[in-house]
Write a protein that binds this ligand. Structure first.
Ligand SMILES: [Zn+2]
Length: 435
């Protein structure tokens, strides 16, 4: 019994000693880290780079018929100082650019005179101009920090894409980005009720308020029941970011160089040329390709036929709308092979070479419109349509799957939009347009 008792006391003593040692050594470690001399002082509050704690800050709006001089006078600044401020602003800000309705901030001393120390004018949501009355009437320009947030939106079209985006809580300007991304895949004029979309995109923010839409990272747009996927991806650092579909094919498709498979240019696009039939100098807003009578003419890009007819000048001709930006036209055909409203794929035969209308010999006059203006397609820089190479596909696949997992998770809500939400979003859109 005695031996057992001693054993217990021994164990207890060891535990106590161990505990004391542990406490002591631990304490010593902590002591090393505590610096009692270093106490964090209270951080001053900065606004436009100015420590404002001892000042009074007020927000105002530029009223009708107010100029910089009247604003400064209103806040008790004398003419001489105003003159100095106008002089200092040269090269920084044109004081005549002050616009009615824009906000400005006053920072005043907390004295009885409430002396104006700084005035900050806001030409837009990001930029600001500081008129410093404390420091020899200095004028400086600054920019607020713009942050980027990754956001998601989904919806189903009931009336328009704009409305569907607003319902989903996104800015309507995202529609423009989507139209650009899908310019070669979907004609956004033809989107219809029941089409669905899911988008992962960048929203730029300033002061927590939405500013501009950044890049779309990935999207799926279901048009007439067919899903069109798009992933913004950079194959390697020396290549630009491109949108690819799920197979790694570029969403952007270049035009074919010519509307004939084997062709010879007989007359280039020119603003001044001698017309062989009319015998006078006039602009030739097309490119002529000479070819034997009956040679197939092919569409340079996919699109919809918007004209297929005959007239005295053009002869038999076909006009194809490719997207909101590009339209092409093919003149002097011997025979047309397509009808108005028909969907055409790139390389499809749309007619045959002839010399109908004002033409001397068999050729096709190829005309090209960009944003409603005739341009020389041979001088246009079209996006390349390189697919992702086999060796780069595994990396793309991994990226695609990571985006797909997000796209699959996004739900298409059918909740109706409140009037409040609509007004708020409309306000945001207007604010962006104003900039
Ligand atoms: Zn021509």
């Amino acid at each position: 019994m005695k031996k057992v008792k001693f054993l217990w006391i021994g164990i207890a003593l060891l535990v106590i000693a161990g505990g004391i040692w542990y406490w002591w050594s631990g304490n010593e470690k902590y002591d090393d880290n505590i610096d009692l001399n270093h106490v964090t002082p209270e951080e001053p509050t900065y606004l436009y780079g100015i420590a404002i704690d001892s000042f009074e800050v007020e927000e105002h709006t530029i009223l009708k018929n107010e100029f910089l001089s009247t604003i400064f006078a209103k806040h008790g600044v004398n003419n001489l100082t105003v003159h100095q401020l106008v002089q200092s602003s040269e090269g920084v800000f044109n004081v005549k650019d002050i616009r009615v309705g824009n906000p400005y901030t006053t920072i005043k001393e907390r004295d009885s005179a409430q002396t104006l120390a700084y005035l900050i004018y806001h030409p837009n949501l990001v930029d600001y101009i500081v008129f410093n009355l404390k420091d020899s009437a200095a004028v400086t320009a600054g920019q607020k920090e713009v942050t980027t947030e990754i956001k998601e939106v989904a919806g189903e079209i009931t009336s328009s894409l704009y409305e569907a985006l607003i319902k989903g809580g996104a800015n309507a300007n995202l529609a423009m980005k989507m139209a650009d991304m899908y310019a070669w895949t979907i004609d956004f004029y033809s989107i219809q009720k029941g089409d669905k979309f899911k988008v992962i995109y960048e929203q730029q923010l300033v002061d927590g308020s939405p500013l501009q839409i950044g890049n779309i990272h990935a999207a799926v747009f279901e048009h007439k029941g067919v899903p069109y996927y798009g992933y913004r991806y950079q194959v390697s650092e020396d290549k630009p970011f491109e949108y690819y579909n799920e197979k790694g094919e570029s969403l952007r498709r270049a035009f074919l160089k010519a509307p004939l498979k084997f062709s010879r240019i007989s007359s280039r696009f020119s603003l001044k040329r001698f017309h062989p039939v009319q015998k006078r100098w006039k602009a030739h807003l097309g490119t002529d390709y000479a070819a034997p009578h009956g040679t197939p003419i092919i569409a340079t890009g996919s699109g919809t036929v918007i004209a297929s007819e005959y007239n005295g000048n053009n002869g038999h001709y076909v006009k194809i709308k490719h997207n909101t930006t590009y339209t092409t036209q093919y003149l002097h055909m011997s025979r047309r092979a397509v009808k108005v409203g028909q969907r055409i794929s790139q390389g499809q035969v749309i007619g045959y070479v002839g010399s109908t209308g004002l033409a001397t010999g068999p050729h096709v006059c190829y005309r090209f419109w960009k944003n409603g203006q005739q341009v020389d397609p041979l001088r246009e820089k079209f996006p390349t349509a390189e697919p992702i190479t086999k060796t780069a596909i595994p990396a793309f696949e991994a990226y695609r799957l990571s985006k797909d997992s997000i796209l699959n998770r996004i739900e298409i809500k059918k909740a109706p939009i409140s009037e409040e939400m609509k007004a708020e979003l409309l306000k945001d859109s207007l604010a962006i347009e104003a900039n």
